[in-house]
Design a protein around this ligand. Structure first.
Ligand code: NOJ
Length: 734
């Protein structure tokens, strides 16, 4: 976000004209309330969903038809700085009130959760990060930005940058996986895609990086749980993606719900003022997460709403999502001297700067022709991009005896309720999809003319249908494609799980099919890495399909039948059994690495190794790495190696470089990803690949939060995943 001097001047002049109440109004992020139409009060309705008396589906139906109160009078009175929503007609109406009917005509920030696409839903972030394709990640964000603007949204609550190492946490689905380096590249790509196309206001939005910070480190992977860690861990693992986003000029950040070392991130001046605004130079603003300020009372950090609001704004939180605590209490707090006018002005200035940068004062409305366009079919280029992203996100985990690709002429038995659930392909946090755009696996098979019979048999919940299973077993073909995994509601917010094996009776279905002599290809449709010990041993082929978005069925069909040679890799480690979590490749080196011998770091009843390591993914061809050489110059080191496609078909490999600092003053990870490159090779082709590692990127943060580069020995690895690697060593002097 870069403002001209003239734009900054405009903001200062506006600020000078504002009353105390108008200033506080800018800090208020409002959501429409639901009115009328229920037999019980709205709060009771929420309780009913929470305690299971009402299903999410029923609640969704009520919400879709319920009337909403957008608090137009409050907007008119200058009490609102931002509104949540994705209806372009409503957005135009509300902007008109803000622009034409308030004293100063300040437009609204229209915020919304556009996490992995709005109507054009592309793969969930954990899947997309596994493409290791920065250009693709930028293009999907660019598409999301354009679509958002068309729906009246100018501020996206994305990217979600929580590096997550515990797959029990449901929100692993929303972020870029377990690695801070990959997370940082993801962050840069997303900020560029969302924010950099500033020539037309139709093409860019303000990004909101979240959840700041260390939300994913919640104890035992249980959402909203407490978080505690050393300064070096915070800086080395959880902050890098946010730092990268700030370097790209991200406009805003969302404070996370968790406490960090005892201080809730909503009222944490160390993380907000010192690090984010100070060290990382955020020029825009920080918003709380929904209800976050009030939750500081529940945390036992604030006495009441007013106290929480004062603590939050003084700590550097600029906008209040959803509680009106700022609006109700900050003006009085300024009068009482509990919040300084400088603090208030700083918060308002940051918000106004984002509004000016977005061009909202000149172009607050969505043109009618754009609204009309998106109310019809999706632009072809959006559908194509969703398909490309889905294809590149698919990871082949196992392919014994080259069972895959399947032949289109073979007869296939398709099983699994999820295969026919077009509404499930979009995954968690998709709020703008339309059923007519979504392609299930079954629909993908039909469109491609695959010869198959379909039996749902069972899904992630509910019973196994014995008749359908019997019928599936009795089909004349040996090849079964079983689409199994999780419903989209099983990952995302508030969806932590203690058991991350295949839910319901799905494994039982697989076991019976295997016992009947079928060759089972498991196609996973899930939001988190699952514990796949049994499946990885007993099934000949496993395809990780995640929740791939609207083109899931098309993409999977092309991969299963060999029209597309897959190149996706895992952005997160997969466990074999539940108890291995949290499991991640880049863990600090213990003095007793897990091994067969007794007194080492391991569980007696679980494997030491993961089921599938970070960076892993097969292709329909084979890549061979050889001739690793390290070249050193004043800038750093380059790993130079030969990559050869030794198979029969062309393919793309994600070549990866890892490093271990062997002689550091703090225990460092056994390996850290330091670079990657997608390399496409024809059958038989080889190429010399060079991946550079700058010396300035070989250091780490110490426990004072200081970045240090220490002379000594470094191991450098290259390969196609974090486990199977070539190795060399180098002594580095900084
Ligand atoms: C709560 C979630 O934690 C956050 O990710 C989201 O952006 C906000 N609610 C707004 O919907």
């Amino acid at each position: 976000m870069k403002l001209t001097d003239k734009q900054k001047q405009f903001v200062e002049e506006l600020l000078n004209k504002m009353t105390l109440e108008e200033k506080v109004g800018q800090l208020n992020q409002d959501s429409p309330s639901i009115v009328g139409g229920f037999d019980v009060p709205f709060e009771e309705l929420i309780e009913m969903v929470t305690d299971g008396r009402m299903s999410q589906e029923e609640f969704g139906k009520i919400m879709a038809t319920a009337e909403r109160d957008f608090h137009e009078d409050d907007i008119r009175a200058g009490m609102v700085g931002s509104v949540m929503g994705n209806d372009p007609i409503k957005a135009n109406e509300l902007q008109k009130i803000a622009v034409e009917e308030t004293r100063l005509g300040i437009p609204l920030l229209m915020g919304f959760d556009v996490i992995h696409g709005l109507r054009s839903v592309y793969p969930i972030a954990i899947a997309e990060a596994g493409t290791f394709d920065d250009d693709l990640m930028e293009r999907t964000a660019k598409m999301a930005a354009k679509e958002s603007r068309a729906y009246g949204i100018n501020w996206n609550f994305a990217p979600m940058l929580d590096v997550a190492r515990d797959s029990r946490w449901g929100r692993v689905s929303e972020g870029p996986g377990e690695d801070p380096f990959l997370g940082s590249r993801f962050a840069r790509a997303k900020i560029k895609g969302l924010q950099n196309n500033t020539e037309s206001t139709a093409d860019y939005v303000a990004a909101c990086t979240k959840h700041y910070v260390a939300y994913s480190a919640c104890e035992a992977g249980r959402d909203y749980n407490t978080t505690s860690m050393s300064t070096s861990q915070l800086y080395n693992v959880y902050l890098p993606a946010f730092k990268a986003a700030m370097e790209e000029g991200a406009c805003s950040a969302m404070a996370s719900f968790n406490d960090l070392n005892g201080v809730p991130c909503t009222v944490n001046s160390y993380t907000l003022r010192d690090i984010l605004k100070g060290e990382f130079g955020l020029e825009g603003f920080v918003v709380s997460d929904a209800n976050g300020i009030r939750e500081c009372v529940t945390h036992g950090i604030a006495e009441d709403d007013a106290d929480a609001g004062i603590k939050a704004i003084n700590a550097g939180l600029d906008m209040d999502m959803g509680t009106r605590i700022f609006y109700n209490h900050i003006a009085q707090a300024v009068k009482d001297g509990k919040v300084s006018m400088e603090t208030l002005d700083d918060a308002v200035r940051r918000i106004l700067r984002v509004k000016v940068w977005l061009g909202l004062f000149e172009n607050p409305y969505v043109p009618q022709e754009v609204i009309d366009m998106y109310s019809k079919v999706l632009p072809k280029e959006h559908v194509d991009l969703c398909e490309e992203a889905a294809e590149k996100s698919i990871v082949i985990l196992k392919n014994e005896g080259s069972l895959l690709p399947l032949k289109k002429t073979s007869k296939i038995t398709l099983v699994g309720e999820l295969a026919d659930r077009a509404d499930e392909v979009v995954g968690a946090w998709s709020l703008g999809w339309e059923a007519s755009d979504c392609v299930s696996v079954k629909a993908g098979f039909e469109a491609a003319g695959v010869d198959f019979e379909y039996y749902p048999v069972c899904g992630p919940e509910g019973d196994l249908n014995a008749d359908e299973l019997k019928a599936a077993i009795e089909t004349e073909t040996d090849i079964v494609v079983a689409v199994v995994g999780e419903y989209k509601s099983m990952s995302g917010e508030a969806s932590s799980k203690a058991d991350i094996t295949l839910p319901g009776h799905q494994q039982e279905m697989l076991k019976k099919l295997v016992a009947a002599g079928k060759k089972v290809v498991a196609v996973l449709m899930n939001g988190r890495p699952l514990a796949l010990g049994w499946e990885s041993e007993q099934l000949p082929a496993i395809v990780e399909g995640w929740h791939l978005g609207i083109q899931m069925g098309t993409a999977l069909t092309k991969v299963l039948f060999g029209e597309v040679n897959p190149s996706g890799k895992l952005s997160s480690t997969f466990s074999s059994v539940n108890g291995q979590e949290p499991l991640y490749y880049n863990h600090p080196a213990t003095g007793r690495p897990g091994s067969k011998s007794k007194f080492t770091s391991k569980y007696l009843d679980a494997p030491v190794e993961p089921c599938f390591p970070f960076g892993y993914g097969l292709s329909y061809t084979t890549f061979e790495y050889s001739n690793l050489k390290l070249e050193e110059d004043s800038e750093g080191i380059a790993a130079v190696f030969t990559l050869k496609n030794i198979g029969d078909v062309a393919g793309t490999e994600v070549a990866q470089i890892y490093m271990q600092d062997v002689t550091a003053s703090l225990v460092r990870p056994v390996k850290e990803l330091k670079g990657y490159e997608r390399v496409t090779l024809a059958a038989g082709e080889s190429k010399e690949v060079r991946i550079a590692l700058r010396k300035c990127d070989m250091g780490f943060y110490d426990n004072q939060g200081k970045y240090v580069c220490e002379d000594g020995l470094f191991r450098i690895y290259v390969g196609g995943n974090s486990r199977d690697l070539l190795k060399d060593e180098v002594r580095v002097k900084f």
